[in-house]
Ligand binder design. Sequence first.
Ligand code: ARG
Length: 470
Amino acid sequence: MTAANMADKPTNQSWGGRFSEGPDARVQRFTASVSFDCRLAPYDIRGSIAHATMLAKVGVLTDDERDRIVAGLQDIDGEIHRGELEWRDDLEDVHMNIEARLTERIGEAGKKLHTGRSRNDQVATDLRLLLREEIDDLRAELARLRAGLIDLAEREADTVMPGFTHMQVAQPVTFGHHMLAWEAMLARDSARLADTRRRVNVLPLGSAALAGTTFPIDRPFVAEQLGFDEVAENSLDAVSDRDFVIEFLADAALVMTHLSRMAEELVLWISPAFGFVELPDRYCTGSSIMPQKKNPDVPEIVRGKTGRVTGHLMAVLTLMKGQPLAYNRDNQEDKEPLFDTLDTLRDCLGLYADMMPHIRVDAPACRRAAARGFATATDLADYLVRRGVAFRDAHEIVGKAVRAAQEGGLDLADLPLDTLRGFSGAIEEDVYQVLTLDGSVAARDHIGGTAPAQVRAASDRARKRLSADD
Ligand code: ARG
């Protein structure tokens, strides 16, 4: 190849200088990321505007160049919004697509934008800007869901249902108490996301490729323009580590794990074998063969989607583990797991938040289920303890009473006083107060207990915490 025809060789316009030929078609397809990282475009533009503004401030660009760059980027933002920009695989990624389009629009000044930065600090910045915004949105959805659960808890503060351990009837609880357990899990999830956000909100830009730049950049100025709390301390670390993505994915996996536990209970409760709750038809689907079926697909799919989010966490942890400092192209693989996780969480939280206010609780069905299964056996044992019987002996006595009741097909509260006194002389007429379901729940009257009064107080506190949540 002569020097003359080297000049129009079909290599990449951003880095083709030292190359004698363009990339193999398959390599180009394999290395291109624009099909998915175009999602970063609005953040890439914001970052570039801040960078150009800073370059003009420190005298690397003229004010005129800055103005042309900023106006050009704003126009491109509009083009992207209107779906007019054609993303080109041969330009690899979102960053080079936008830069090439800028130069196409404004000429020479466009070629100066990349002064003092690299795609390595650029992509890390874009990702942090995007994640910061998404975390805020997800926390808003979490808040909406939590508010729905608190409302439901208050509405059903007196509704008695069986509490389970080992999926066996254990002790009666109130439906409201159960809803507040769900809310407590989600409150921690939200706090975890807020904490992660603090570490996300740190500016990598200025790290350039890996070692910093020779230009007199003003990083705090860029951080301030982009709303970052801090400037990353170390350039090698800032361009290469994706621990903030992993941390977010771990938070997300926990959110999904919690939603999945809720899903499991909803699926059981909706089953006619339980019949505790009903979902409106619009959140269910039918069977193509069994005409009677109304399937709880939304919770089932939420439970199913938990697997993919947990998988994404594993994917990015594994992606990171073998990487030497500093940037490696491996990191391009962080985006699809992250984006899919964001979309999955948004859908699942949004659907749950929409659905929760419409859950109808069948209080009599819950009560009937609690009445089967000797849920007040512990209350009887506690009653005996209050009358001087040692707990271990009380346990034994009640065990015998349960067996007798079971053989007679009765609940403990159905046994006549004489029969009960046959097990222990300490039992008296007032025993029936503790054997009732309402007596049982009302007696657990302390912070964290299931008594309706406590559920109402806990709902108040939860609502206050929720509104204090920034
Ligand atoms: N598309 C790349 C990524 O997602 C951007 C950075 C590429 N840097 C490079 N030197 N090839 O990580």
